[in-house]
Design a protein around this ligand. Sequence first.
Ligand code: FAD
Length: 403
Amino acid sequence: MESVAGRESTTVVVIGAGPAGLTVANLLRRSGIACVVLERRTREYVAQRQRAGIVETRAVRMFDSWGLADRVLGGVPSDGLLEFRVDGESHLVSDSDGSAGPAARLCPQQVLVQKLTAAYLADGGDLRFEAADVSLHELTGDRPTVSYRAADGTVHTITCSFVAGCDGDRGTSRSAVPDGFLTAHAFDHGIGWLTVLADAPPPAHPLLAVSPQGFAAHFPRGPHSSRYYLQCPPDDHPDAWTDSRVWEALRTRLADAALVSGPITDREVFRLRSLVHDPMQYGRLFLVGDAAHIVSPMGGKGMNLALHDADLFAGAVRDFVHDHDDTALRTYSQRCLRRVWSDQEFSHWLTRTLHDAGDDTHSGRFRRGLARARLDRLFTSSAAAQAFAELTTGVDLTGDTQV
Ligand SMILES: Cc1cc2nc3c(=O)[nH]c(=O)nc-3n(C[C@H](O)[C@H](O)[C@H](O)COP(=O)(O)OP(=O)(O)OC[C@H]3O[C@@H](n4cnc5c(N)ncnc54)[C@H](O)[C@@H]3O)c2cc1C
C-alpha cells in the first residue's frame, strides 16, 4: 500500500532535469527563488544521455550574464569555424559574430547536464530523481499542485505558484493542457538520419558534407569522440548499417579515404521533424524547451532553444517575485516563439540546402540547382556569410529577449 507524505509548498515546481529544467532551476536558485525539480529517471541515466554538442554564443553569454558560465560550461571554446565540404571541396565559414564577447563552446549535452546538476546541488538545490506518476492540477488557479510518487512509494503533493514543464516532447506536462487549447504546427521533412556515436578522433572543425550519395556530417563530442550523421531513408533500420557500411559511407560522403574509425558506441535512425506548440503557457504552467517545440537537428538549435526559454522563464519569475511585475510572464510565450520560429526557419533552410544540393533523386535537378546557388552565395558573399554567422551564434534577434 502506498503511503502519503505531507503537503509541501514552494514557488516553482520544475518537471524534468534535462538542459531546460536544470537551467531554470539554477537561474531561480541564483535569484533566491525556491523550487523543486522532479525527474523521472535516475541521476546516472540523465547524466549519460548524449545528444547536442555545441552551446551557441548567445547561450554562453546568457550563462555569463547570470554569473554561471564558469561553473556550468565544460568543453572548449569553439574556434568559430565550420567546414562545408561539397563534393570533396572544402569551404570554411565563420560561425562567430566577430565581437570580443565569449564565444560558443564545444560542450557535449551530457557534460552541461552533469555540471548544471552539480552546481544546483552544491548550492543546496532540491532535485528529486525517480519521481514517478507526476501529475499536475489546478493550473488555472493561483496555487497549482503537482503530485508524484517517490522511489520509496510515498505519494507527495507540492503546492506552488508556477509549474515549469521541462519534461521534453514525451513528458507529462503538455498533456495536462486541455485538448484544443494548444495549436501544434508539425512538419515532417521526409528525411531520415542515421546517427552514430563513436570513440574516434573529432574533426578539426564541425563538418557538414554534401555528396551525390547524400548528406553526411562529423561533429566533435569530446577529445576522443565524435558524432556522425548519414542521410538515409526515414524507415531504415539501424541494424542495416553494419560498422563497415557506416565507415565506408562516411569515407565516401566526407570524401576522406583516410577517415580514422573507432568503436561505435551508439547508432540510431530517426526522422527529421519539426514541431511548435502555441502558446507555450496554460494558466500557471509554462512549457520550456522540447516540451514546447522540436527543431530538426540541422543547425544545432534544439538544446539552445531550451536554454533560451529557460532564461526567459526564470527572468520572468524573478520580475514577478521580486518586483511584483508580471509583464514578462504574460509575454513569455510570445517572446519565446519569436526565437523558436526564427530558429525553425534557419534549421529548415539549412536542412533543405544541404540535402537538396546532394542526392538529387529526392529533390530533383531544379531544387539541386537552387541549393547549390545558396551554397555558392554563402561561400562568396560577405553579407550572406555574416547573416549565416548571426543565425548560427544566435545573436540574430534583438529587442525583447534578455541577452
Ligand atoms: C540525436 C539527437 C541529436 C541532437 N543534436 C542536437 C544538437 O546538435 N544541438 C542542439 O542544440 N540540440 C540537439 N538535439 C536536441 C536536444 O537534445 C534537445 O533539444 C534537448 O535535449 C532539449 O532539452 P529539454 O531539457 O527541453 O528536454 P530533454 O533533454 O528531453 O529533458 C527532459 C527531461 O524530462 C524528464 N522527463 C520526461 N518525462 C517526465 C515525467 N513525466 N516526469 C518527470 N520527468 C520527466 C526526462 O527524463 C528528461 O530528463 C539533438 C537531439 C537528438 C535526439
